[in-house]
Design a protein around this ligand. Structure first.
Ligand SMILES: C[S@@+](CC[C@H](N)C(=O)[O-])C[C@H]1O[C@@H](n2cnc3c(N)ncnc32)[C@H](O)[C@@H]1O
Length: 315
């Protein structure tokens, strides 16, 4: 694996990582194999209580993708640079997506409310947020440039559904005053060790469908949020957000716009499988909702090299 590879399910069509590598990597992570290297299959079998021939097969397969290497004594080791916590999280979340599509996509064509919970997820929630954080780090410069071009220098920013907090941390580093809202259990999880508060991020734990922090904010950043909801919820949210945006300020929505690029069209299936009402909503949908909610004309800014678009609207 080369640095900078897009190993996630958001890779361009034809460039997506080999599903066999994604699932073999997941099996090795979950069984504790990668963490126990360097070792021979016999040592691993004794240490982890697993079958030696199966471990040999797994390790030999992982060699094909240069994830591990073997020496002349039959000891396998991780290849330098093949793994990092970021790559591991991106690949593990990719495996969750593969399993979800394989299990639920057909059911969801008939019934949008059919369960799509991954089978008793063995994947810790940190994996999801670490994947999102890796994805966000590739977007942040382009997204913040688009915001600055549209709204100029802003001061107080609400990072709505900020999750991992990467946007807020970068805003704080740039001398702005970010507040991040997310669900209370998410805020607790991501702020362990006070990494966000110490990084200059004010936290507002709470369900944004029920409560929003008092404004005014110069900018509300809605990254990766509104494609997970249907139009009714989005319109309601945009209306309530408008009331806490300062005059001259605005809203920036980072999302996948239907048919804007091939990955956005593929992403619609992920929303079909993983959410109750989410979609790669279209430009016309955002135009209508934001118009009805009282915002000014939209501007669109595609993020260079990524499938996401920033939808910008002032008040
Ligand atoms: C896909 S993540 C996006 C994270 C980050 N903004 C990004 O772009 O990478 C969506 C976030 O919205 C949060 N979220 C979803 N529903 C929410 C709600 N009703 N109230 C507050 N946060 C919510 C989730 O917990 C999650 O952190």
């Amino acid at each position: 694996m080369e640095a900078g590879d897009d190993l996630s399910f958001l890779a361009a069509p034809g460039q997506v990582a080999d599903w066999r590598m994604v699932l073999a990597h997941e099996a090795a992570m979950e069984a504790g194999v990668l963490g126990a290297l360097p070792a021979t299959p016999a040592e691993l079998a004794a240490q982890l209580g697993l079958e030696e021939p199966a471990l040999r097969a797994l390790l030999d397969a992982l060699m094909v993708w240069s994830l591990v290497e073997v020496d002349e004594h039959g000891r396998y080791a991780s290849r330098a640079g093949a793994s990092s916590s970021e790559k591991d999280a991106v690949l593990r979340q990719h495996a969750v997506v593969i399993r979800r599509w394989a299990t639920f996509l057909g059911d969801r064509l008939a019934d949008r409310t059919a369960s799509s919970e991954p089978p008793a997820s063995r994947v810790p929630p940190e994996v999801f947020f670490n994947f999102l954080a890796a994805n966000a780090r590739r977007l942040i410069p382009g997204v913040l440039d688009a915001c600055t071009r549209r709204f100029g220098r802003v001061e107080r920013v609400l990072d709505l559904g900020g999750g991992h907090g990467e946007y807020s941390l970068e805003l704080a580093r740039r001398g702005l005053r970010p507040m991040m809202q997310d669900l209370p259990d998410v805020v607790e999880l991501v702020d362990r060790g006070q990494r966000l508060t110490e990084g200059g991020v004010e936290l507002f734990p709470g369900d944004f469908h029920a409560t929003l922090p008092p404004g005014p904010f110069d900018l509300v950043l809605c990254a990766g949020v509104t494609h997970t909801f249907d139009g009714r919820r989005n319109l309601d949210l945009y209306r309530r957000l408008r009331a806490i945006i300062a005059p001259g300020g605005g809203l920036a929505i980072v999302t996948f716009l239907r048919a804007r690029n091939p990955v956005a069209s593929i992403f619609a299936l992920q929303m079909l499988v993983a959410t109750e009402g989410g979609d790669a909503h279209g430009e016309e949908d955002y135009r209508r909702w934001l118009g009805e909610a009282g915002y000014g004309p939209l501007e669109l800014a595609d993020v260079e090299g990524r499938p996401q678009t920033v939808v910008l609207a002032g008040i």
